[in-house]
Ligand binder design. Sequence first.
Ligand SMILES: Nc1ncnc2c1ncn2[C@@H]1O[C@H](COP(=O)(O)OP(=O)(O)OP(=O)(O)O)[C@@H](O)[C@H]1O
Ligand SMILES: [Mg+2]
Length: 497
Amino acid sequence: MRLSTLLAAAGIDAATSSDPEITRIDYDSRSCEPGSLFVAVRGFHADGHDFAAGAVERGAVAVVAGHGMAQVRAALVVVPDTRVALSALAAAWHGFPSRDMCVAGITGTDGKTTTATMLWAAWAASGLAAGSLTTVDWRSRGTVTANKSRQTTLEAPELQEHLARLRADGVTHAAVETSSHALELHRADHVAYRAGVYTRITSEHLELHGSREAYLRAKARLLELVGPRPDGVAVLDPEDDFAYPLLSRIPVASRLTYTTSPDAPADVRAERLDQGPRGLRVAAATPWGRAEFSLRLAGRFNAANALAALTAACATGAGLDGAVRGLEGLERVDGRMERVEAGQPFTVVIDYAHTAEALHQALTELRPATSGRLWVVFGSAGERDVAKRPAMGAVAARLADVSVITDEDPRLEDRLRILEDIAAGATEAGGRRGEDVVVVPDRSEAIDFAVAHAAEGDTVLLAGKGHESTLISGATAQPWDERAVAEDAIRRRLAGA
Ligand SMILES: Nc1ncnc2c1ncn2[C@@H]1O[C@H](COP(=O)(O)OP(=O)(O)OP(=O)(O)O)[C@@H](O)[C@H]1O
Ligand SMILES: [Mg+2]
């Protein structure tokens, strides 16, 4: 495609010095090839503009940059925001795949992956050709591929490529987990979302007023993308005191609310939630009729995720019966409240909880089923939200009997500093260092420690890694399998006993 054709399709109105033939779009100079269009974006560790010359050396014939660069020997396109341009160019390159499908974006603090997977299941069981893109996997109709990228919402070129692949597979309905990070970085700006689905937005881990507002604004962007459509749908939790007041003011063609509180007014409302023999039983009133179903996924919070998914499915073409069948059929979402059974006389659960709210939910869920002590092994990722560290420590100290604080992807940060930040929150909340709050930096050793000391009737929650297949320390990602590590620890414990 000629550069001028691509720019026009992307709606980028900028002068260029020449009009070369473009063969691919790259934002990493190392992947540039002859014919590449290199888009310079500012990243967390480096600025793409510094690598423009290198990109051209590797064959890039055009460079999109935020400012003029005299030394670059290629067609130069200067734009106000290179991330927005990257999103537009990627969508145009693939022929705007999202415009040919019904795309629902799922955002919120916790429960995005679960809700997106539930939506996929609800659509699929209703006979629609469904796809999904989440932290855990990419689903195209019946085909499931693990997402090993460690990214929830991919960079715009990969995101658009995935959408193009779904369209080529005949998918008509796609659930796209959309992180606030991606919204803020404009990765999803050129996804033609039909629906914006919100799980609850919690903010206690964001202490600064400024960043709270920024977080909420980023989340609101999804609905602003949906807003102008004549068939746009918003799916909101009216009891989300933090987000609902803002989200409900964004104009959208159809706004539907869901709630798990029996007394709160909402379009889709759980009238009853009971723990049945086959899992959580939900009876809900909906605009499409009454729905009764059991969830095989553990955790009461999944009732809220299920109602959000049900609402989104029925608002976008699924039948209520099919949607309910889809929710009932979903057996698990990898790494979410999964039990590890290796013959031990206590319970071991793996869960992806990695926010204060999720940890709160998971521990509250496990407490009633625990006759002995409740253990939690957890950490907090490096180069991510730092304010949640003490908040997670405090939740653990309050709700668990023993907190074992350990590594969770320290990345290039000082790992011990992260653990101390968490421990400070734990002791502040009444935890006693060396007694019910222990720091064991190596994650395998931390799991070993909890498993070795757990007694009959205890529950050990391994939180924060879930399905993830790597543990990132420094600049290297070592292979990781939380289940295998837990099973090994249990075997050692049983052999020693
Ligand atoms: N509706 C909810 N409210 C609070 N906590 C939840 C909710 N749903 C799930 N959780 C907790 O959050 C964890 C992660 O769930 P899930 O993977 O669905 O969230 P996510 O929003 O996709 O996370 P991420 O931001 O890492 O992609 C679960 O293991 C559970 O502990
Ligand atoms: Mg996710």
